[in-house]
Design a binder for this molecule. Structure first.
Ligand code: MGD
Ligand code: MGD
Ligand code: SF4
Ligand code: MO
Length: 729
């Protein structure tokens, strides 16, 4: 007998509703859920293929230990957990707490159980060497929000469904399905902006899929968004278009900023950014004149040399034009489970409270930049990293100079990974602890309901039962925390209470904790039996979710500074402006070539490549090159060419396309599966090459130490005989 289960997809931030037909532990089909309150019948090929991960014979089902020959042998759970705890404890005893590092990978953001335990794990390990995908993704966004609004998680979302002017900078939401903008089916949403007479403008060095849906594409030079956006703000100031009434109502610090804008006049920024002065001026005027407007920037902007300044400038533009907190502008959500409040209760938010040992790079929200991990492992001295725990990550493919990191991992005394697969990173682990796949667990969008384009609440059931003996991610982490002497909250008193309750037979689960947060939250039943408010049971009884209405105007509910105001003139941003002023005037080399990233519809960062449906067909890990650049260096379409950066020289297949801005080449990340081929057979047959072989761990942004993954200087040349065969490289 088959049954139907509705559940949200955990593969990307769009969090689409999916409909599963299931028989026992077999998933018979996956389709979009036509009635889901957020996605309304939209899903992408990855979501549809999610069952293939469930059935994948290469997915690990039991803990494994690496033997002397580099082979992984199955071991029992108790033996594995005891071994891991003993080895981590031994390293800490011998070398101090910071000798154990932690990498928490992207899928943690979809994992409510582990999110609830992150603080407790770090408290049990007491290390300052925690890192995550954040410094390849969103640390500039976190730091900007922390300084401006008082909480790293207070992130304004473009009100795409009501805006008349959508300015999209360094994001390709048609393919990525949005980031800090959970809005499934962006194609329809952008078409709706235009259908109601609005305008869509895309700022990107590539004419992307999103740009093709837009009214205008601005082919900016990579890394120059901060100056470009400040230039738009300058125009507003110069031409009297700043909405002082709106600005003064919510924010402080404008005068200090206005005094620093002169160096960013459009005429000074035009050559540097590649955007003509008239275009900058016109865009600023249009942005101010539209009935409603919103500026939105993401990965292409965060992961570049001035990523934090550019993210700050995005918010500044919204604020100066009176769009921050206005309907159709940039709005904060009102979620049922509010992570800003959760973070306030649990603590841990901040920026630059400590710095890395070797390069002095700052932490953001408790994470040091991943670009520092290899040097922290390699460099001797007190505090040297000697053991590593990775959770749901593959930094060898996803962080800059992955080859250096891969070599560094071999120097570790001990490494443990909690992951579904043996991948290019976890292959170095001494022990891998595989969780029950997340479809075998209830699911709550704890993080992303804070970034939905509309307020909705959903609580999904599990799709399949865990197999006998399987453990959820949170159970594995809690078992480790237990063995390390900690408890689920990471705080002495509550953990002692939970410990006492456990002795009486009560079991802590992440769901019980989240239910309490939901019930005490804005829409919650407050534990009153007669209340019509929300609780876990009510949400579970609404399989397509509950709509809580459109995003609300105003910023006060999200600003946690004591004076209740947005602090626009954040010191780290103003201090960094001097460098940008110098940079804007620097001459540009005529043969400059900058590498940027690209996402493709059927990729999911560094994984899901073991799913045949997502890798078959044409080769996708190819370098896009503009025809003028191709001609200059003498490469033809389809050629294998040599790409060089400071850290790596290697070969790649070239695809010539005028989608690119001249002087910019583009390569997707997450490929490069040759090393994992023995354990991921499908991925191994479609290996591709890792973009992060070329990106540079020493090239980081100055305020948060963000990895520069866009705008990496490279050289391209034809593969000549002198170099020998492609295989030699
Ligand atoms: N299909 C697919 N979807 C995904 C993912 C995936 O791997 N595959 N990953 C998910 C994750 S983890 C995230 S964080 C989101 C990211 O989602 P997005 O932020 O939309 O990221 P990208 O699609 O990489 O788009 C970034 C764009 O920035 C452009 N760009 C590069 N450098 C610059 C620059 O200096 N300035 C400007 N203005 N633009 C620049 C690139 O050409 C690219 O088009 O996507 C998520 N969704
Ligand atoms: N050059 C370049 N590099 C980039 C980017 C770019 O645009 N350009 N984008 C960056 C971004 S935005 C991100 S977010 C990072 C992502 O990079 P990472 O943080 O390394 O994450 P993933 O590549 O998604 O790897 C996910 C791993 O988690 C495992 N996994 C999946 N689900 C689960 C689960 O439920 N539990 C457990 N335990 N394991 C699971 C998978 O098997 C896989 O090994 O990459 C970054 N790297
Ligand atoms: S867009 Fe994202 S959330 Fe939606 S089905 Fe695809 S992978 Fe899943
Ligand atoms: Mo990401």
């Amino acid at each position: 007998m088959s049954k139907t289960v509705f559940r949200t997809c955990t593969l990307c931030e769009a969090c689409c509703g999916l409909r599963f037909e299931v028989e026992g532990d077999r998933i018979l089909s996956v389709r979009p859920d036509a009635d889901d309150v957020l996605s309304r019948g939209f899903a992408c090929p990855k979501g549809i293929a999610i069952a293939d991960v469930h059935h994948d014979p290469d997915r690990l089902r039991t803990p494994v230990r690496r033997d002397a020959d580099g082979q992984f042998q199955p071991i029992g759970w108790d033996e594995a957990l005891d071994l891991v705890a003993a080895r981590l404890t031994a390293v800490r005893r011998a070398h101090g707490d910071d000798a154990v590092a932690v990498y928490l990978g992207n899928p943690i953001v979809h994992n409510h159980g582990v999110l609830m335990l992150r603080g407790a794990l770090l408290a049990a390990l007491k290390t300052r060497n925690a890192t995550s995908a954040s410094s390849q993704d969103t640390a500039p966004r976190f730091a900007t929000s922390y300084h401006l609004y008082g909480s790293s998680m207070a992130i304004p979302i473009p009100d795409v469904d009501r805006t008349d002017y959508f300015l999209c900078i360094g994001a390709n939401p048609l393919i990525s399905n949005g980031s800090f903008l959970s809005a499934p089916n962006m194609r329809e949403r952008l078409r709706a902006v235009r259908a109601r007479g609005g305008k869509v403008v895309v700022v990107d060095p590539r004419r992307t899929e999103t740009a093709r849906e837009a009214d205008e594409h601005v082919a900016i030079r990579p890394g120059t968004d901060a100056a470009f956006l400040l230039s738009m703000v300058h125009v507003l100031q110069r031409d009297g278009r700043v909405d002082r009434v709106a600005l003064d109502r919510i924010a402080s610090g404008w005068d200090a900023i206005a005094a620093r804008l002169a160096p960013f006049a459009p005429e000074r920024v035009a050559v540097y950014s590649g955007v003509p002065a008239q275009t900058i001026t016109r865009l600023a005027h249009d942005f101010a004149a539209a009935p409603t407007a919103t500026a939105y920037s993401r990965i292409g902007v965060c992961n570049n040399a001035y990523g934090t300044l550019a993210t700050w400038a995005t918010d500044l533009l919204n604020a100066a034009a009176g769009r921050l907190g206005a309907v159709g502008g940039a709005l904060f959500t009102s979620p049922a489970i509010d992570v800003c409040t959760l973070m306030k209760i649990t603590g841990g938010d901040g920026h630059d409270r400590w710095r890395t040992r070797v390069r002095g790079l700052p932490e953001t929200l408790g994470d040091i930049p991943t670009a520092a991990l290899a040097e922290e492992i390699e460099t001797p001295g007190p505090g040297q990293v000697r053991a590593l725990l990775t959770f749901a990550g593959n930094p060898v493919l996803s962080s800059p100079n992955g080859r250096r990191l891969s070599a560094a991992l071999q120097q570790l005394d001990f490494m443990v990974s909690i992951d579904l697969y043996v991948n290019e990173t976890t292959r170095h682990a001494d022990v891998i602890l595989p969780p029950a796949w997340s479809l075998a667990e209830e699911h709550v969008d704890v993080i992303f309901s804070n970034f939905f384009a509309r307020n909705v609440a959903r609580w999904s059931p599990l799709v399949v039962e865990p197999a006998p003996g399987e453990k959820h991610d949170w159970e594995i982490i809690l078992a480790l925390i237990d063995r390390l002497g900690g408890g689920p909250t990471g705080q002495r008193v509550p953990d002692a209470v939970i410990g006492a309750l456990r002795k009486l037979g009560w079991r802590w689960t992440p769901e019980s904790g989240l239910d309490a947060v939901l019930r005490l939250g804005r829409y919650g039943d407050k534990f009153l039996p007669w209340s019509r408010g929300l609780n876990r049971k009510k949400l579970a009884a609404a399989p397509h979710g509950i709509d809580l209405g459109p995003l609300e105007a105003g910023v006060a509910r999200r600003v946690s500074h004591k004076d209740g105001r947005v602090h626009l003139a954040a010191a780290p941003m103003l201090n960094a402006l001097g460098d940008l002023e110098v940079e804007v005037a620097r001459p540009i080399a005529v043969d400059e070539l900058l590498l940027v990233g690209r996402r493709e519809q059927r990729t999911c960062n560094s994984w899901m490549h073991n799913v045949e449906a997502l890798v078959r067909g044409r080769e996708r890990c190819v370098l896009y090159v503009h025809p003028e650049d191709a001609q200059r260096v003498g490469v033809a379409d389809g050629d294998i060419a040599v790409l060089e950066s400071r850290v790596h020289t290697g070969t790649l297949r070239v695809q010539i396309t005028d989608e690119m801005r001249p002087g910019v080449v583009s390569l997707p990340h997450g490929w490069g599966h040759t090393e994992a081929a023995p354990w991921q057979r499908v991925a191994g047959a479609h290996p591709g090459t890792s973009a992060n072989d070329w990106t540079d761990d020493q090239l980081v942004e100055s305020i948060v130490g963000q990895s520069v993954l866009n705008g990496v200087p490279v050289r391209l040349r034809a593969l000549d005989s002198e170099l020998g065969s492609a295989a030699a490289l």
